[in-house]
Write a protein that binds this ligand. Structure first.
Ligand SMILES: Nc1ncnc2c1ncn2[C@@H]1O[C@H](COP(=O)(O)OP(=O)(O)OP(=O)(O)O)[C@@H](O)[C@H]1O
Ligand SMILES: [Mg+2]
Length: 119
């Protein structure tokens, strides 16, 4: 099976704090991969790096064979993440929530002078 996430000596520092300490692992396509550790072990930080929301400090991290440092847009386009906590508004119906999210990205693209193609 192809490797979909590959980390090698992956490290993340927040100033003096070493949040992720040189971890290495591979996740195969279709594999159910458990990522366990005590509070503060660096799990969320690692997921954020996989999502390309947080830059790694050092080491190698590839998602779908692409380096997170060079292909964040391509990775974000095909990666789906279901967070532990959702941020849905309990007073909004699902369709309204979807439309308000779309409106936000539409507004952002318009402000950047981009068209609606590729939404
Ligand atoms: N944005 C940040 N700035 C500074 N330190 C951070 C930041 N995010 C996380 N940390 C620190 O990095 C370390 C790892 O945090 P992280 O949230 O990744 O751990 P975790 O394994 O997800 O913990 P938990 O099981 O509590 O969710 C912790 O010491 C945390 O306080
Ligand atoms: Mg966490």
């Amino acid at each position: 099976m192809p490797i979909v996430v590959s980390a090698e000596s992956l490290t993340k520092r927040y100033g003096d704090l070493l949040a992720v300490d040189g971890i290495s692992f591979d996740v195969e396509q279709g594999e159910c991969f458990g990522f366990l550790g005590p509070n503060g072990a660096g799990k969320t930080t690692t997921i954020k790096m996989i999502q390309c929301f947080s830059q790694k400090t050092s080491g190698k991290l590839e998602v779908f064979g692409m380096d997170v440092g060079f292909h964040p847009k391509e990775i974000k386009r095909i990666l789906g993440v279901v967070p532990q906590e959702n941020n849905l508004d309990p007073t909004l119906q699902f369709t309204r929530t979807s439309w308000s999210t779309l409106d936000t990205s539409t507004f952002r693209r318009k402000r950047q002078g981009k068209g609606l193609k590729g939404l």
